[in-house]
Ligand binder design. Structure first.
Ligand code: 8DG
Ligand code: MN
Ligand code: MN
Length: 431
């Protein structure tokens, strides 16, 4: 009833991180319209401020958490994140089935090109804009140019564009993370492997596979990543990738309150890359014969010679193995040649984006919240922590900048209780 709805709006929690937002909600038609406006603003204003995009993001986040289906804009009375612009769009969708403003954006050549270009791994809005300015119409134009930036992500992102734009299924993601778990367990017994990102929020598909690794003993995780990549490489699962060293520094963290200019980026040791997922990953055998094999301990590919290379020398040899040969010659032509040759060859695997993140146990539960997302959940929780509690929240921890001390957590629940927030299940963080 209208009275109940008004009551509900009055009590509606101000922050997205205080609300439950499931994947399946009641206002999808409205949120998909608002999200087009958000995406358009995000792409257009990429080098200025995101405030317009953010306003749309907040509005769609509110719609996702509403306990009723909106049939009339009157029902939105009292909800502070739903402004006049959004109300107009919603009325249009409710009255005519679509919004003319949204339809115009979807039809615009600029938007179509920006969407296409930014869907390439390694391409953000500013590069996409530069490509449009050069008069490029499609990915062939970019291919022809031979990736002059020399960025391995763009070269491989273009070469495997089709594979990478087929959504990763949940079954594949689980199959891969089980292999990661097995290999990591051989290298570092007791390792904790968690499938994070959208899959942990219950999504059935994603654009990549995010896996967070840790160990009950703080510091034991050091040195795991290069060995893990080598082991996955030995199993023929690695195509290309790049390791980032841990760059977390508490002295810098405590210097000022600015929520990192790098946005969601953190300082964990990680590997961002492209893996080869055998096609069998997405069609797991269900024959009786294969069943017992699953429970048997899988032989490790990690053998003694692999262990022997586990020190500093490994970094060098790994780069040779998993980066384009051209890295040495610096020739842009060679960078482009290698991925194209591989992508054109007949193959029984799909290229898939994978993020492997290493967190020490002392930061693990914050890393878990951060890497579970959603991005908007993180953004909102960080802003809430700053504005409401005067604390700085990142994927590394929750910090009191005045006392110069972190609030440590031994569980995800404790992260929420430090934040004075009700615990929100990962499936309810799709805001
Ligand atoms: P999708 O892959 O299903 O499309 O969506 P997703 O899984 O929610 O997004 P994602 O881009 O894979 O990122 C997963 C979460 O990780 C997201 O909420 C943001 C968070 N995150 C951090 N630190 C970093 C970082 O340094 N880089 C990136 N890309 N994401 C980070 O907490
Ligand atoms: Mn993801
Ligand atoms: Mn990711």
């Amino acid at each position: 009833s209208p009275a109940e709805e008004n009551e509900c709006n009055r009590n509606f929690p101000e922050w997205a991180c205080q609300r439950k937002a499931k994947l399946e909600h009641l206002n999808k038609k409205l949120t998909s319209a608002v999200e087009v406006l958000q995406e358009f603003a995000e792409l257009r204003d990429s080098n200025q401020d995101y405030s317009r995009a953010l306003a749309f993001r907040r509005a769609s986040s509110v719609l996702k958490s509403l306990p009723f289906q909106v049939q009339n804009v009157e029902q939105l009375k009292g909800l502070k994140d739903i402004g006049e612009h959004v109300k107009t769009v919603i009325s249009d969708v409710l009255d005519h089935g679509s919004s003319s403003e949204v339809e115009e954006i979807l039809k615009s050549e600029w938007f179509k090109k920006m969407k296409l270009f930014t869907s390439v791994f390694g391409i953000g809005p500013s590069t996409a804009k530069a490509w449009i300015e050069r008069g490029w119409e499609n990915l062939d134009d970019a291919q022809k140019d031979g990736c002059p930036s020399g960025d391995w992500r763009i070269a491989w992102g273009l070469a495997f564009f089709e594979d990478l734009n087929v959504p990763v299924g949940r079954i594949e993601a689980i199959a891969f993370s089980q292999i990661v778990q097995e290999e990591a367990e051989c290298i570092l017994p007791g390792v904790i492997t968690t499938l994070v990102g959208g899959f942990r929020r219950g999504k059935s598909q994603g654009h990549d596979v995010d896996i967070l690794l840790s160990h009950p003993t703080d510091g034991a995780e050091m040195g795991l990543l290069p060995k893990l990549i080598a082991a996955l490489g030995k199993r023929g699962l690695v195509l290309i990738g790049h390791k980032e060293k841990n760059s977390f520094r508490s002295d810098i963290l405590y210097q000022d309150f600015k929520l990192s200019a790098r946005g969601q980026l953190d300082h964990f040791e990680k590997w961002l890359g492209i893996c080869k997922f055998p096609k069998s990953f997405s069609t797991p055998k269900i024959s009786k014969k294969s069943k017992p094999e699953i429970n048997q301990p899988t032989p490790c590919t990690t053998d003694t010679d692999l262990k022997a290379t586990a020190d500093s020398s490994l970094d060098e040899s790994m780069n040779e193995l998993y980066e384009p040969k051209a890295k040495k010659t610096k020739g842009s032509e060679a960078i482009e040649l290698e991925p194209n040759r591989i992508s054109a060859a007949p193959r029984d695997w799909l290229a898939r984006r994978v993020d492997l993140i290493i967190a020490p146990k002392s930061q693990y539960y914050y890393a878990l919240v951060g890497w579970t997302g959603s991005k908007h959940f993180n953004r909102d929780a960080r802003l809430y922590a700053q504005k409401k509690l005067g604390l700085k929240l990142t994927s590394h921890g929750l910090f009191n900048l005045e006392k110069r001390e972190p609030l440590t957590a031994q569980s995800e629940e404790e992260v929420f209780s430090h934040l004075k927030l009700p615990y929100i299940d990962p499936a309810d963080r799709n805001c």
